[in-house]
Ligand binder design. Structure first.
Ligand code: TYD
Length: 432
């Protein structure tokens, strides 16, 4: 039995768990283009989110009556193939779902979207495993309606249930089903709309929702993820992609980098990468990297992980092992020793390694931006870096996620995301 106020919570989908605006608006706009119809200049496209689609097409976009059905079909097609992938899990929602689940609360979905679409969306965004019941509308003409959807989403027995939604339909549905309601005003409905409909509680943010539903609840554990690879492996592009995807999926991401990541470490970075410092000795270089790491770990990485955030660092200690241990020939043992007090036990939970062939890495390095001091170090140096990375991987530590980086950007980004999600949400259901 949970200590939380409600032992059954039913969520609406669009505007409550997900920011659906971009997904829906882009699908509508594409349908209008395909129909060769103009968007009226005064049309506020945001308003198409919420009302039934046919109403939006007729009243907001002024689609002629004889083309409405065609518009609906085109919308559905576009939404299925593109729009639904543009959803965003609201920041903070994962924390709410996690705490409810942990406390044994019955968690359900009641949405006016078709049940199959709901499942696809929850699976895609790796949150379906938080739900006991996923209720969506049936196909065909006889819709169940919100009150019936809510009733079916509830467990057989409960003592206090609540519906969480962003529109008046959710609040009215809750009343008709005989349960309390939380109106969330960060979605598509205003506080006024929700109050007028008679919402029992209002949450202005997902943080307030957390306080209402799970006071004192357990937050998910933080995680530390790093990305590694030789210069020219396309790391910056992939790091940007992964960061953006994790945010879209509602993770609380702190993006950082090495050398750098906080003011002291960024200053050290300036010294290390300065092209005028060609006389810098290998041991000086290794100690500077370790010094910058020590500050980064204690000031940034450890506190953020302890707060439950996902820290994502472009490079970490493996770079020192490869570049200074291998590249500069200081030896892996010495570099690990120097770094032990800097890392101080804070090894990444997962490390994405971009695996690329030496020749391809060189080709990419010289077609990119102006090289820094390390990038200028010569082919023999970079060959040793690569060999040291390979030795590290050969030890078989399952922290490493090795990805073939000699492909196009898109398939690499997809593979990285899926394999990182496996670590972040090990219980998730795979997409069909
Ligand atoms: P940066 O411009 O961040 O390059 P990249 O995009 O390849 O990460 O420069 C970082 C350089 O510093 C890069 O060449 C790798 C090197 N490096 C080390 O030699 N040792 C280390 O411990 C770290 C973190 C980086």
């Amino acid at each position: 039995m949970s200590q939380f106020p409600f032992d059954a919570v039913v969520f609406d989908l669009d505007g409550t768990l997900f920011d659906a605006e971009e997904g829906i608006v882009s699908s509508v706009v594409k349908a209008m283009e395909e129909l060769d119809l103009p968007i009226p200049p005064d049309a506020d496209l945001r308003l198409v989110v919420g009302p039934p689609l046919r109403t939006s097409l007729r009243e907001i976009l002024r689609v002629p009556e004889d083309r409405v059905e065609d518009g609906v079909q085109r919308y559905l097609y576009n939404f299925y193939h593109e729009g639904r992938f543009r959803y965003r899990v609201y920041p903070g929602i994962r924390k709410v779902l996690y705490a409810l689940r942990k406390a044994g609360v019955h968690v359900a979905l009641a949405s006016s979207k078709p049940a199959h679409t709901c499942e696809l969306i929850l699976n895609h965004f790796a949150i379906s495993h938080y739900f006991d019941v996923i209720m969506g509308e049936v196909d065909g003409k006889d819709k169940l309606g919100k009150p019936e959807l809510i009733r079916r989403a509830l467990p057989e027995k409960y003592s206090r249930a609540v519906m969480v939604g962003d529109r008046l339909f959710d609040v009215e549905g809750a009343k008709a089903a005989g349960v309390e309601s939380v109106g969330v005003s960060y979605g598509c409905g205003s506080v006024e709309e929700l109050e007028n409909a008679g919402a029992d509680h209002i949450a202005h943010s997902t943080e307030e929702l957390f306080q209402l539903l799970c006071p004192g609840g357990e937050a998910p554990r933080g995680m530390f993820i790093s990305m590694e690879g030789p210069d020219g492996s396309g790391k910056t592009t992939q790091a940007n992609r992964l960061e953006e995807s994790l945010r879209q999926y509602g993770f609380d991401v702190l993006r950082t980098r090495e050398p750098g990541g906080c003011p002291i470490s960024e200053e050290i970075r300036g010294i290390i990468l300065n092209k005028e410092h060609m006389e810098m000795s290998p041991i000086c270089e290794a100690l500077l990297y370790a010094a910058s790491r020590a500050q980064h770990v204690s000031q940034v990485i450890r506190p953020a992980v302890e707060e439950g955030r996902i820290v994502f660092s472009d490079r970490f200690v493996d770079s020192s092992v490869a570049y200074q241990g291998g590249g500069r020939q200081l030896g892996v043992g010495l570099v690990q020793q120097i770094n032990q007090p800097a890392v101080d036990g804070m090894l990444p939970d997962a490390t994405v390694y971009l695996d690329i062939d030496q020749a391809e890495a060189i080709r990419r390095r010289f077609s990119a931006s102006e090289p820094d001091r390390l990038e200028l170090a010569g082919d023999a140096f970079h060959r040793r870096v690569q060999a040291a990375y390979e030795e590290l991987l050969a030890q078989g530590d399952d922290r490493f996620i090795v990805v073939d980086a000699a492909r196009d950007v898109e398939p690499i980004a997809q593979e990285i995301l899926q394999r990182v999600l496996d670590r972040l949400e090990p219980d998730r259901k795979q997409e069909a």
